[in-house]
Write a protein that binds this ligand. Structure first.
Ligand SMILES: Nc1nc2c(c(=O)[nH]1)N[C@H]1C(S)=C(S)[C@@H](COP(=O)(O)OP(=O)(O)OC[C@H]3O[C@@H](n4cnc5c(=O)[nH]c(N)nc54)[C@H](O)[C@@H]3O)O[C@H]1N2
Ligand SMILES: Nc1nc2c(c(=O)[nH]1)N[C@H]1C(S)=C(S)[C@@H](COP(=O)(O)OP(=O)(O)OC[C@H]3O[C@@H](n4cnc5c(=O)[nH]c(N)nc54)[C@H](O)[C@@H]3O)O[C@H]1N2
Ligand code: SF4
Ligand SMILES: [Mo]
Length: 684
């Protein structure tokens, strides 16, 4: 049978593969065998035909003349980016020969994979790769860079990534967008809120920056970075004091509501106002609005999780809907991530049983330090679906590690990324439009199939294909390392024992295209916390060394630097993806630094000036935007810009690689900096 990829003309169904909660259904238009247009699929149950600009412009990325077509080997210095084409046979042989020698001389733990969700497809992101590295016995990577602190924090309260179904939210009367730039990062959540607004809903945005999301709010509440847990405690304090808690709900569905009430005594509104920068009358108004409006919904974003106290922030905020009993109201509650409604059989997909001895784990947030460690050194790094030289914190350490002459680095990507510049071998990756995979949204609860709609670009290969080749090259004869993509899908979708998702097959997914998790309305009855209830008091936290009740934890102080620095994502890139696309760059114009007039004036900074931002970790040069959309004492930039052009745009050279309070999470937004005009510096 002719498959989509072989058909020259037509319109074909597809899925957006990017690391974005919306996971849109797409329609790909082809003419003469090439994609000419990408649009939203109107039949998709929740994204309903609308997609973002990033992906409407995706065709240019797919056919970008800079896409890698063949494997390459380095001929210049590390970091220089000089390569020459080689065959796949030579590439695989070079890698496996090197690894066999390393395994013999240093042991398999000298090899480290480094990956993230450049393609959210489950086979691409956590399929054959895991099987292969388990079999190899390589060091494990703790994939903590995105939202691990918040995941762990939320889990202490709720037992898993379970939250409100977005499809119920058209009835919601109060939306709180809390540390989420949803206009840029979760556009369909905004569309739902706007629909509800037509029926009277109010939208509150709590953020450190009045960005596009803040601007569309009915009420924007600026907050000091990392103080969100305190704000939530202040709201709870008032809810109890003013009898706005739902006693019947607390008794039936929670543990520790009495202890919590006592514990909240200490969080006086005056003190909370001083910590958060939220005026006391606003704090009262917010608590009263929240306590009196139903259904109310909190969209918990990543902003408050990328902090030293990110776990506790998510843990604390996740207690709020229990106090008001909103979990029982359709369209009420909260959503941080809904990933667990669609959890599949990860053990069958990843095969941890192939790992024969325990191996060390490296936290990806500290990849720089890890590459520079002298004891049990990492001697080979295999990077795929991620761009650590740009996205990881302390990038000067990361680069120093990547520059090591004795580190054998392989990068599998569609482009020569900032990381690939340091590779010994570069392998060309297929785009998601060239791959079979299945997708599980972490927001809208639908599972979807991707089938190739175009043939491979040049000699590029998918992640699963490369790991099959590497397994052959290493002489691993396990069948698990040769299973086809369809077999992998069937294995992953069966036997998960997930009450919200029945066993499925590839064929079913192909036929139905969008399959939704079911029985979600009863999730409160089956919470996987130790008590089976919402844990306002958590014994498990105590056992793990945390306060059992939600508690305000201040950020680590970096006293020498006066300004808190939040380098957030931007509208037209997706992490570092698209930061090498002309059209997307043009839309963003230039990397900016938002700074309050008080902080600007005292430094002689005027709007539009290029300024130097620096701390003990690194420095950066951005264009100042002076205005009151950030609080005094806070500066914000947006986007992970490339520095390949030679420009000092590397914001992660400034970010700390400290580990958050929970889950080994990242602390991108907890660093501090100083800012000065460039002129001042040259006069010195
Ligand atoms: N256009 C676009 N979309 C994306 C991405 C992208 O890069 N670009 N990235 C994708 C990925 S991987 C993820 S994880 C999600 C992330 O998407 P979001 O959940 O929206 O998280 P962030 O964009 O990291 O930050 C959200 C907001 O938090 C604010 N913020 C920072 N610190 C604090 C704080 O302490 N308190 C409060 N209240 N706010 C704070 C920032 O100003 C920002 O507006 O988006 C995904 N979608
Ligand atoms: N300062 C700051 N830093 C941040 C953040 C922030 O908010 N501020 N956000 C953090 C967050 S939340 C995240 S999730 C990380 C994300 O960081 P990354 O996971 O590194 O995300 P991307 O930068 O999009 O890089 C993905 C890469 O995968 C490649 N790719 C795409 N599909 C495939 C495929 O099928 N196979 C292979 N082999 N490669 C593929 C793409 O071309 C791209 O180069 O960044 C983090 N870094
Ligand atoms: S990036 Fe997000 S909003 Fe844009 S098409 Fe993909 S899933 Fe949809
Ligand atoms: Mo992320």
């Amino acid at each position: 049978m002719e498959t989509y990829k072989d058909m020259k003309n037509g319109v074909f169904p597809s899925v957006c593969s990017l690391d974005c909660p919306d996971q849109c259904g797409l329609l790909v238009h082809k003419q003469d065998g090439k994609i000419v247009k990408i649009e939203g699929d109107p039949d998709h149950p929740i994204t309903k035909g609308s997609i973002c600009n990033k992906v409407r412009n995706m065709t240019e990325r797919i056919y970008d003349r800079n896409r890698i077509e063949t494997p390459l080997k380095r001929v210049g210095q590390k970091g220089e980016g000089k390569f020459t084409p080689i065959s796949w046979e030579e590439a695989i042989e070079t890698i496996t020969t090197h690894w066999e020698k390393l395994i013999k001389e240093e042991g398999p733990e000298s090899i480290l994979p480094y990956s993230f969700y450049g393609n959210m497809g489950n086979l691409s992101a956590e399929g054959m790769d895991r099987r292969f590295f388990n079999r190899l016995g390589a060091s494990q990577l703790d994939r903590t860079i995105c939202s691990l602190a918040g995941t762990v924090g939320y889990d202490y309260t709720m037992g898993g990534s379970y939250g409100t179904d977005p499809e119920d939210m058209t009835e919601t009367q109060l939306f709180i967008f809390w540390g989420v730039n949803a206009v840029s990062t979760n556009m369909h959540q905004v569309m739902i809120a706007q629909k509800a607004r037509k029926k009277g809903a109010k939208i509150i945005v709590i953020d450190v920056h009045k960005n596009q999301t803040g601007k569309m709010a009915d009420w924007f509440i600026p907050i000091l970075p990392g103080s969100d847990g305190a704000l939530a405690l202040g709201i709870m304090h008032i809810l109890y004091k003013e009898n706005l808690v739902n006693q019947a709900f607390l008794e039936k569905y929670t543990v520790g509501y009495k202890e919590l009430e006592e514990h909240l005594e200490q969080y006086h509104p005056e003190m909370i106002s001083a910590i958060t920068g939220v005026p006391i009358e606003d704090l009262y108004q917010l608590a009263r609005m929240y306590g009196n409006t139903s259904p109310s919904m909190i969209r918990i974003g990543n902003g408050l999780q990328h902090h030293d106290n990110g776990g506790m922030n998510a843990r604390t905020i996740s207690c709020l809907p229990a106090l008001t009993g909103q979990w029982l109201v359709k369209g009420g509650g909260a959503v941080r991530a809904n990933a667990d409604f669609l959890s599949f059989n990860r053990a069958a997909l990843q095969r941890p049983d192939l790992l024969k001895t325990e191996t060390r784990a490296i936290n990806m947030n500290q990849i720089g330090k890890a590459l520079l460690q002298k004891e049990q050194p990492i001697q080979s790094l295999y990077v795929y679906s991620s761009n650590p030289a740009l996205v990881a914190p302390e990038s000067n350490l990361v680069r120093a590690g990547l520059a090591r002459e004795d580190l054998f680095t392989v990068v599998h990507d569609l482009f020569i990324t900032e990381t690939a510049l340091f590779a010994d071998i570069v392998l060309p990756a297929k785009s998601a439009f060239e791959i079979t995979d299945f997708y599980t949204s972490y927001w809208h609860n639908h599972i979807q199939l991707q089938e190739p709609v175009i043939p491979p670009y040049g000699e590029s290969k998918s992640n699963t294909e490369v790991f099959r080749l590497l397994a052959q090259g290493m002489g691993f004869d396990d069948q698990a390392l040769q299973d086809s993509d369809i077999e992998l899908i069937n294995q992953a979708l069966q036997g998960a024992g997930n009450p919200y998702l029945p066993d499925l097959t590839y064929e079913q997914l192909k036929k139905e295209r969008y399959i939704k998790a079911s029985n979600m309305e009863n999730f409160l009855e089956a919470l996987p916390t130790p008590s089976g209830k919402i844990e306002l008091y958590s014994k498990k936290m105590e056992e793990d060394g945390y306060p059992a009740l939600p508690t305000y934890m201040p950020l680590v102080e970096e006293k020498e630097y006066p300004l808190q620095y939040v380098p957030a994502p931007n509208h037209n890139f997706l992490n570092s993806t698209f930061s090498n696309n002309e059209k997307h760059i043009l839309l963003e114009k230039t990397p900016k630094l938002f700074i309050h007039p008080i902080d600007a004036e005292s430094r002689g900074i005027e709007d539009g000036m290029t300024v130097r931002i620096w701390n003990n970790r690194g420095e950066c040069e951005l264009t100042a935007v002076v205005g009151e959309n950030v609080l005094p004492g806070v500066v914000v930039s947006q986007g992970l810009w490339s520095d390949m052009t030679g420009k000092k745009h590397l914001v992660n050279s400034l970010t700390p690689d400290r580990i958050a309070d929970m889950g080994g999470g990242a602390t991108f937004f907890s660093g501090r900096v100083n800012v000065e005009t460039i002129k001042n510096e040259s006069l010195q």
